[in-house]
Design a protein around this ligand. Structure first.
Ligand SMILES: [Fe+2]
Length: 129
């Protein structure tokens, strides 16, 4: 698996800043997601129930690792946490069939939106009806 050298910019003895560590953790998240995809492909390519049991267990572990690393990135980079929060709100709008104009008007996460309703009942940034 090709990888970007994560520490090519470090001087000996220097520790990562929070921003650098967040970038390193993003590479670690990518590695976890690659592992999930690889193990899933192997799971789908075998009839061995024993191998499938092992692969299912390891896939679940990798999913948890990805979630832990994602939480760490959010703690190291609060801006990304906020953008993820905004993205979650926007996801609900998109899934509900909001127009491009409604999405552009959305300034933040929408609270109380029911996916598929096409209507935000209470939002911080906009109301979509
Ligand atoms: Fe892992």
């Amino acid at each position: 698996m090709p990888q970007t050298p994560p520490f090519h910019f470090l001087q000996p003895g220097r520790k990562l800043t929070d921003s650098e560590l967040a970038n390193a953790m993003r590479l670690d998240i990518e590695a976890e997601l690659d592992a999930i995809n690889l193990y899933t492909a192997h799971l789908e390519a075998t009839d061995s129930e024993e191998a499938k049991a092992i692969l299912r267990y390891v896939i679940a572990e990798e999913q948890e690792h990805a979630a832990l690393f994602t939480e760490l990135v959010h703690r190291l980079d609060p801006g990304q946490r906020e953008r993820n929060r905004q993205g979650s709100g926007k996801y609900a709008l998109v899934a509900s069939g909001a127009t491009h104009e409604q999405l552009k008007a959305s300034k933040g996460p929408t609270v109380g939106l029911t996916v598929g309703s096409g209507r935000a009942v209470q939002g911080r940034g906009s109301s979509v009806e």
